[in-house]
Design a protein around this ligand. Structure first.
Ligand code: BES
Ligand code: ZN
Length: 863
């Protein structure tokens, strides 16, 4: 799943789409509004709640009505009043609060104001509230909405009958849609939850059940009181489920809940879950903080997964794995997602960011540490090399002038969703990897463990983490890291050989070719001719010189190469001069470089070409050096660069694009022939991934033979859904091949795929098909796929699969469709990343015409 910050893009017809970004500089520290305010109005328009009264404990009773899709509730909160005031200010949204029920101790408020825009409830009393603890109580009702946020309903089938379940999704600021509360991460409190639900249903919450009483058709379920936690982590699920169970070495019970009859699909996640908990307990040197952990698959789910304390919710495709039906890449996604959410149980849930400005502490760390866990559970997946996918996404987004710093001001709840993007996740995770590599793995782990201990059950800011790391390691962590988290963008290092000196210069890299004002403290690493000869230093100014005499002496001629940013540990790019670039090209051909370095070189070269810092011809020449490569991790980057070049050439110079396609096909064909269509006995996980990757790329590039073979196998599959000729890993390629030949006058392929889509109950298969339907070159068919998105056939959660698949030929029509359906789209998917997905999939980031002069093919006799 992607969370893309939306920036400014130019669409095919030259229009500009923009998304408002928080622009106003504002100190987001807690509001210090006067406790002695005179009127409720004075609390409007604030970015944060006042702190003169804080919750300590909530006692919450909720009664969902699954048939009517409504709920009622009673909340009482023990509140600590710390300054003289006659007001209480808390959050509430889309709730009908019964005003006559409100009491603080024995007093009814004399003023009750609910400001929907600010999502706050202000209660005014006719006297000053006594300092110290008091209890605030009230009753309220709300709707189980269909927007996948707050307290919502999800639909499923049981014995062929349509049913509703009730589910919560509170991050970032939607607990206030379920009960009135102080809905900010720093107001940690204890929660005691009680549910009144139909007796035959499973009812889950963060903590284990302490008592259950049945009264007629209803049961009342009482849960243990939670430890101190933030509101966004509270969770409730009520519906029909089956489960499987296992336990950690320490005896924590772990369960996976699935739709009735599907528990076998939960086994893989259960296994990864148990192993991850054991691993994180050791890594953070702190036990798992709760008595149980449940993980549950929800049919309608906005994100991929959510780390609710003790009750982690997932979309089905991110939790369920079926040996017969899932692909190797589905398997990886499940493992990474489970590890990510369980890492949050420490990083996020036990220690929580103080405010959303520090969201990256949650998401960047969970992403980074999920790779650590998966690397240790599945060493054969070469997971750290695959981590460069994250770094690549971060580098690509952060090269836009409209990017934002990792630490970003957040002044209103509506601004929070936009920062769940590649900057918080991918750049966040990448700068952590850079820091770990600079400090050393052991020191880093030790310091993290003391940070977790120091801030357990409490909140931390970015600088709190730096302070602990500095204290533990004695390194200038704060100065170094501030340049990466408070400043947007990153540098490109220009490297030039001058005799025995390597001259280095940094400048902010921007993909439009301009150069920004940024300056960084850059952890530099370099090796020469061999990984044994390496150096490490901090580049602090604009320029520096590295003496390479001792380095270079032993190297000469063909064997002379220098690689900076070893293993791409740093979040920056490198532009080598011609001599150094030629040395590296030879080293690639001679297989002297690590997989990570080969990936870094091709990614940097692509980015530099787009920014006009080098010619496209030199990129194509470099790509040629990878022709004999057979490793999945490297080829996944080579392929993605090839597909980007294809997209650029289609936009920039359509006359040339079929020649460019042939050239790109040639680059991938050797590797594709090696893996073929048929799985080989005992082959590796990565080779299975490679097959699917290359087949899909060749289909997208229009390779006739692959398309024909895909269609042939698809027909066999239609006769026999279990045929070994089309295993789940290869299906996407076959579906795309089928869609390449569909048109309005010959639409059988579309109809047949749609039929399979409707028949299957497997979320992963559904997403594969949705991503194929819109890939047709016929724009009328693309529009049909988009219209399908608006029907009941496609769950709202799945719309972005359709968008992700839109063919290059269909973009213009899709853009027109979006404009025609704009009102409906923003109403159906409010505050979601879907709008940005849409713009991303229909428009090109830059006008590229200048990159494709006609001479380019003549300049390429070598391929
Ligand atoms: N905390 C997020 C879920 C979330 C995302 C809540 C956006 C609210 C808004 C969760 O931990 C997460 O990051 N999920 C990822 C999983 C992935 C990175 C493995 C997702 O949903 O894609
Ligand atoms: Zn997360």
């Amino acid at each position: 799943l992607q969370f893309n910050a939306l920036n400014i893009y130019v669409c095919p017809s030259g229009e500009v789409a923009a998304l408002a970004k928080s622009a106003v500089a504002f100190d987001p520290s807690a509001s210090d509004l006067p406790a002695m305010a005179e009127s409720p109005e004075q609390f409007r328009g604030q970015s944060r709640l006042p702190r003169f009264a804080e919750p300590l404990r909530y006692d919450l009773v909720l009664r969902p009505d699954l048939a009517a899709c409504t709920f009622s509730g009673s909340a009482s909160a023990a509140v600590a009043v710390s300054s003289p005031t006659r007001f209480l200010v808390l959050n509430a949204a889309e709730l009908a609060v019964d005003r006559s029920s409100i009491r603080f101790q024995d007093w009814a408020p004399t003023e009750v104001a609910q400001f929907e825009e600010d999502e706050i409830l202000v209660l005014g009393f006719d006297r000053e509230l006594p300092l110290g603890e008091g209890v605030l109580a009230m009753d309220f009702t709300g709707t189980l909405n269909d927007q996948m946020r707050g307290f919502y309903r999800s639909k499923y089938e049981y014995n062929g009958e349509a049913r509703n379940m009730a589910v919560t999704q509170f991050e970032a600021a939607d607990a206030r849609r379920c009960f009135p509360c102080w809905d900010e991460p720093a107001f940690k409190a204890k929660f005691k939850i009680t549910l009144e639900v139909p007796a035959e249903l499973v009812a889950l919450s963060n903590m284990p059940v302490v008592k259950e009483t049945v009264c007629g058709p209803l049961k009342t379920v009482y849960y243990e009181e939670s430890p101190l936690m933030s509101t966004y982590l509270v969770a409730i699920v009520v519906g029909l489920f089956d489960y499987i169970e296992s336990s950690t070495l320490e005896g924590t019970k772990v369960r996976v809940y699935t739709q009735v009859g599907k528990t076998s699909q939960g086994k893989f996640a259960l296994d990864v879950g148990v192993k991850s908990l054991d691993l994180f307990k050791d890594y953070f040197a702190t036990p798992y903080p709760l008595p149980k952990l449940d993980m549950i698959a929800i049919p309608d789910f906005a994100a991929g997964a959510m780390e609710n304390y003790g009750l982690v919710t997932y979309r089905e495709s991110a939790l369920l794995y079926d040996e017969q039906l899932s692909s190797a890449s589905n398997k990886q996604q499940v493992a990474i997602t489970v590890a990510h959410e369980l890492a949050h149980q420490w990083f996020g849930n036990l220690v929580t960011m103080e405010w959303w400005t520090h969201l990256w502490l949650n998401e960047g760390f969970a992403s980074w540490v999920s790779y650590l866990a998966v690397e240790s559970i599945f060493p054969e997946w070469n997971n750290w090399t695959q981590f460069l996918d994250e770094t690549t996404s971060g580098l690509r987004l952060d090269a836009l002038a409209e990017s934002h710093p990792i630490e970003v001001d957040v002044n209103h709840a509506s601004e929070i969703d936009a920062i769940f993007d590649s900057i918080s996740y991918d750049k966040g995770a990448s700068v952590i990897r850079m820091l770990q590599s600079y400090l050393g793995a052991e020191r880093f782990q030790k310091a993290l463990a003391s940070y977790i201990k120091k801030y357990a059950y409490s909140n931390a800011k970015t600088e709190d983490l730096w302070a602990v790391l500095e204290e533990e390691t004695g390194e200038p962590v704060k100065d170094l890291m501030t340049t990466w988290t408070k400043q947007q963008g990153y540098p490109v290092i220009y490297a030039k050989l001058n005799g025995q000196d390597l001259e280095l210069e940094q400048a902010q890299f921007l993909s439009d070719g301009s150069s920004g004002p940024g300056m960084w403290i850059v952890p530099m690493t370099a090796c020469c001719g061999s990984y044994d000869l390496n150096k490490k230093f901090l580049l602090k100014g604009k320029t520096d010189t590295m003496h390479i005499k001792d380095f270079a002496a032993s190297q000469s001629g063909q064997n002379f190469w220098i690689k900076l940013n070893i293993d791409q540990n740093g979040f920056y790019r490198v532009k080598y001069d011609d001599e150094l670039a030629a040395g590296l090209e030879n080293a690639i051909k001679a297989k002297k470089l690590s997989l990570m370095d080969m990936i870094g070189i091709v990614e940097d070269s692509y980015a530099l070409s787009v920014a006009c810092k080098q010619t496209l011809t030199s990129l194509l020449r470099l790509l040629n050096a990878y022709r004999h490569e057979s490793d999945y991790t490297v080829l996944s980057h080579v392929t993605s660069v090839c597909l980007s070049v294809n997209k650029i050439s289609t936009d920039a110079n359509p006359d040339l694009s079929s020649d460019i396609k042939q050239l790109l096909i040639k680059l991938l064909l050797l590797a594709a022939k090696r893996v073929g269509w048929d799985p080989k006995d005992g082959e590796s996980h990565l080779d299975v991934m490679l097959r699917s990757l290359l087949l899909i790329a060749l289909v997208k590039l229009g390779h006739d033979e692959t398309i024909k073979e895909g269609i042939r196998r698809f027909h066999i599959f239609l006769e026999d859904r279990k045929t070994p000729l089309l295993p789940p890993d290869n299906r996407k390629a076959a579906y795309l091949a089928v869609m390449r030949t569909v048109s309005t006058s010959n639409r059988t392929g579309y109809d047949v795929l749609l039929k399979i889509y409707k028949e299957t109950s497997e979320a992963q298969e559904k997403s594969r098909i949705l991503g194929s339907l819109s890939s047709c070159p016929d724009k009328d068919i693309v529009v049909q796929a988009l219209n399908l998105m608006l029907t009941d056939e496609v769950r709202n959660q799945d719309a972005f699969y359709v968008l992700g698949g839109i063919s290059l030929e269909g973009r213009e029509a899709a853009w027109a469709w979006l404009k025609d359906n704009w009102d409906h789209v923003v109403k159906t998917w409010p505050s979601s990343s879907l709008i940005s997905d849409f713009v991303n999939s229909t428009v090109s980031p830059v006008r590229y015409t200048h990159l494709f002069p006609f001479e380019i093919l003549r300049a390429l006799p070598f391929i």
